[in-house]
Design a protein around this ligand. Structure first.
Ligand SMILES: [Cu+2]
Length: 378
């Protein structure tokens, strides 16, 4: 049934045309011209609408196909699910010395998220802190909805909220996660972890993940700032017992702080001499995946061996020769490999004095041991 209004409009149009021809005063080209233009404009508008509809249809089709792919994967393999609980914590960087910091699951670094290339991954963030947070998967190229800047309707995790990030892990490589740039004050206080996407075909014999970090720490309430307090400031050479509990702060707060402060350099959340040794078996190919979560470059050297760079920031490196020292810039991921062909006990660490000493005492910071063990003891 045709709606009455439509019939009425059609009738009016017909009448209008008749009138314009019947009355010479109305019958000018202008009237016909504007009517023609109007119809042409309407036609164009319809055409535009049709094109827009086609665009929308195609976008919807792609979105549905993407969703179907994810659903099928989900139904087939189930997503690999990981939970990150953001909370304050206290870590023992070496025996007797603790740093209050921000953590994933109470540790620095957060848990290693290790998956196979092509896996559907779900990372559920639970925020138990007093401030909002977010998550960035450094090195992966993901859709805006998963890894874009945090927004009210996505990616922002307020205190006491939970948020799920879901994506397909590809390509294989070494990545890391930490809060987005807007929450980088949380990253520098300890919130980061490794994300390893394993390749189905190339698996090294031995594979170690080493996250280099730093905590800029102060002893709160121990500030000697301002001339008014100068009389109460501890003498620079005072022999006061070293503080055993520190608090991680942002580099800005650290720079402006005038009290007791120091930088702890870390490997997987610990400083030498507490970093456990890397144990290797003679004849094996050993991969070390370095992720630099600190604020400065770390020149890494392994004694007794040559390091071969196999991947820099996700780009496979085809035989560049071997190196004595590999410089790892802030935020960089560098995979190196060596052949365990020189039995003994060796040092692996930074070449910089300040990164391998704790207030002048060696070993400290980024320094650990690589030692050979019998295959039977593994
Ligand atoms: Cu990053």
């Amino acid at each position: 049934m045709i709606p009455t209004s439509k019939v009425f409009q059609t009738l009016l149009l017909a009448v209008g045309l008749q009138l314009s021809c019947a009355a010479p005063g109305w019958c000018d080209l202008g009237t016909f011209g504007s009517l023609g233009q109007e119809q042409a404009a309407e036609k164009n508008e319809l055409e535009d609408m049709r094109n827009e509809m086609n665009d929308i249809k195609s976008i919807t089709k792609h979105a549905v196909s993407d969703l179907n792919k994810i659903n099928t994967k989900d139904a087939k393999n189930n997503a690999r699910e990981f939970h990150l609980i953001c909370k304050e914590g206290s870590i023992e960087v070496f025996p007797g010395t603790k740093v209050n910091c921000l953590t994933y699951n109470g540790h620095i670094p957060g848990p290693v998220i290790r998956v196979q290339e092509g896996d559907l991954v779900r990372v559920v963030v639970h925020n138990q802190m007093h401030t909002a947070t977010s998550l960035h998967f450094h090195g992966l190229v993901l859709p805006q909805s998963v890894d874009g800047l945090p927004r009210r309707d996505g990616g922002l995790v307020r205190p006491n909220d939970t948020y799920s990030y879901q994506f397909v892990a590809q390509p294989a490589g070494t990545y890391w996660y930490h809060p987005q740039i807007v929450h980088s004050d949380e990253k520098v206080q300890g919130m980061y972890g490794a994300l390893i996407v394993d390749s189905k075909d190339s698996v090294p014999d031995e594979d170690f993940v080493l996250i280099l970090g730093e905590l800029d720490a102060i002893v709160p309430g121990n500030s000697a700032s301002g001339t008014a307090h100068a009389a109460h400031a501890p003498a620079p050479d005072s022999e006061a017992a070293p503080a055993s509990t520190w608090t991680a702060v942002t580099p800005t707060k650290f720079a402006n702080f005038t009290g007791n402060k120091r930088i702890f350099y870390l490997v997987n959340g610990q400083s030498a001499p507490a970093i456990p040794p890397i144990e290797v078996v003679q004849g094996k190919k050993v991969r070390l995946r370095f992720i630099n979560a600190s604020q400065r470059a770390v020149p890494i050297h392994l004694s007794g061996h040559k390091l071969e760079i196999v991947n820099i920031n996700g780009e496979p490196i085809q035989s560049q020769g071997s190196r004595d020292t590999v410089d790892i810039g802030p935020s960089d991921r560098v995979d190196v490999q060596f052949t365990a062909d020189n039995p003994g006990v060796w040092s692996l660490g930074s070449e910089l004095y300040e990164q391998t000493n704790n207030e002048g005492k060696f070993p400290g910071g980024i320094a650990l041991v690589v030692r050979y063990v019998d295959a039977s003891t593994r």
